[in-house]
Ligand binder design. Structure first.
Ligand code: ADP
Ligand code: ADP
Ligand code: MG
Length: 454
């Protein structure tokens, strides 16, 4: 087993990893930017090293400084969390060359899934249905027009390097396609340093259903059910639940088997998530694979009574997965709500500021994963996630009741958050019936003149 792990991340996920290490008796080394000096991951880790200034390109993305910190701290492994360097094959390779275990899949696997056009290619090769669209990168306007005519409008123009809901444009006709194609390329080049784009059919009113995969280094691969992440704003998840209200045991078996087949075909190791869109007729289509721990992993942990971060570490240390993973069944229902520092009335624009007063809810079925404390300054440099509020019950109804109870108790003062929009979702009748799509938040916002009405 590892003696010490460096955590190449910040915020709630850095804390989550520290907690898993504590439970396993492993020492932790935190790295941080100067604006994070007083953050909880720095205070709670056994050791901490400053790796630069606020902008992540000057700290959390600096592979050279992270590797130096690893060498100074004499760690055995690096846990990258999510975002930052988590899916960077080059970083995984450097770790391997320095004899430091990268806690995640092999660099070759990350390469196959890192580029979304390439991921579609590997999914198709494994016999997984993908959203109808281009065979690979679309090089010219002419090609974009040809593909769009073939699959039919509306289409989505997507950046191969996109992520976090960014790098997507919808086109309804030739004019918006040609305009969008040029703009999307420029935007992607600027945002991701890679202007390559591809085209997919727009699935109208879809559900986002994803499968949790877990694989050891001995070739054993299992799935741990699904999460429904259809409650989104700006193509980014806000609320996730497991099991999905639209997945019955037959569909679970089918999608689970398909997911395992894909993971096997790319020699997957560790935990990962395969994302699909499900259309109104119940057809499912692969959209991408996230080769890392997912933000919303706690709902799966609550439903199946497991610890996915601990498993990541055990797998990286060479422990095999036992037979018990074959018979996992969803016994509970869990819902996660992401409380972000965002203004729901201003297009969910992130807001910086100070948390003047903080009170967290508790009681049966409530879990909080958060790096907040009273007085913390939220800096504009990083993502806006403040709190993951997870409610679990024996039924979906019980989970929703507990979530609403927790939202009545929670107090975060000083900054705008997504709490008002969350409250409105948990009261919404379509949500309560489990009949919702990725459009629900837009529908709710369109029906209200202001969030004060909620
Ligand atoms: P999840 O799929 O786990 O729900 P999110 O889409 O919420 O993940 O993203 C998790 C974190 O990773 C966010 O901080 C997001 O900004 C970041 N992220 C994801 N993909 C990319 C990417 N391609 N480039 C930059 N950041 C990314
Ligand atoms: P990211 O890397 O940003 O997570 P994804 O490809 O996973 O990008 O898509 C994020 C979300 O955008 C999906 O959950 C869905 O709501 C929407 N989306 C993506 N592709 C399509 C599509 N072809 N049709 C409809 N919605 C889509
Ligand atoms: Mg995604």
């Amino acid at each position: 087993m590892f003696n010490k792990i460096l955590i190449a991340n910040r915020g709630e996920i850095a804390l989550r990893i520290i907690r898993a290490c504590r439970d396993l008796g492993i020492k932790t080394l935190a790295v941080y930017s100067d604006v994070d000096e007083r953050s909880l991951h720095v205070q709670l880790a056994d050791e901490a090293i400053c790796i630069g200034s606020g902008p992540s390109t000057e700290s959390y993305l600096r592979m050279d400084r992270i590797i130096s910190a690893a060498e100074i701290g004499d760690v055995d492994a690096i846990h990258p969390g999510y975002g930052f360097l988590a899916e960077n094959p080059h970083f995984a390779e450097i770790c391997a060359n320095c004899n430091i275990k990268f806690i995640g899949p092999k660099a070759a696997t990350l390469k196959k899934m890192g580029d979304k056009a390439m991921a579609r290619f590997h999914a198709r090769k494994a016999g997984v249905p993908v959203v109808p669209g281009s065979d690979g990168i679309v090089e010219s306007e002419k090609e974009a027009l040809r593909i769009s005519h073939q699959i039919g409008y509306p289409v989505v123009i997507k950046a191969v390097a996109g992520g976090g809901g960014r790098g997507m444009r919808i086109a309804h006709n030739d004019v918006s396609l040609v305009q969008g194609f040029v703009a999307a390329r420029l935007e992607a080049e600027k945002a991701f340093g890679d202007g390559s784009i591809y085209i997919e059919k727009l699935i109208e009113d879809p559900r986002h259903v994803e499968f949790q995969i877990i694989a050891d280094t001995k070739g054993k691969i299992f799935h741990v059910g699904e999460r429904d992440c259809s409650i989104q704003r700006r193509n980014q998840k806000l609320i996730e639940e497991s099991p999905s209200p639209i997945v019955d045991p037959i569909l679970r078996k089918k999608m689970g088997k398909t997911s395992i087949r894909l993971a096997e075909s790319i020699d997957y190791e560790g935990v990962g998530t395969i994302e699909y869109l499900v259309d109104r007729s119940g057809n499912f289509y692969f959209i991408e694979m996230n080769c890392r721990i997912q933000v919303e992993h706690p709902v799966t942990e609550e439903v199946y009574g497991i610890d996915l971060v601990k498993e990541q570490i055990l797998i990286a240390a060479g422990y095999p997965l036992g037979k018990e993973w074959e018979e996992l069944e969803p016994k509970k229902h869990a819902i996660e709500f992401r409380i972000n520092a965002e203004d729901g009335l201003q297009g969910f624009r992130p807001c910086a500021g100070k948390v003047d007063f903080l009170h967290f809810p508790g009681g049966p079925g409530i879990r909080i994963d958060s790096h907040l404390y009273q007085g913390i300054e939220i800096s504009p440099y990083y993502d806006s996630l403040l709190v993951k509020l997870i409610a679990t019950g024996n039924s979906r109804e019980e989970a929703i009741i507990r979530m609403r109870r927790a939202l009545d108790e929670i107090m975060i003062e000083g900054i705008k958050t997504t709490i008002p929009i969350g409250k409105s979702v948990f009261q919404n009748s379509d949500f309560k019936r489990g009949e919702y799509t990725t459009n629900l938040i837009n529908k709710i916002l369109a029906a209200k003149k202001s969030l004060d009405e909620i």
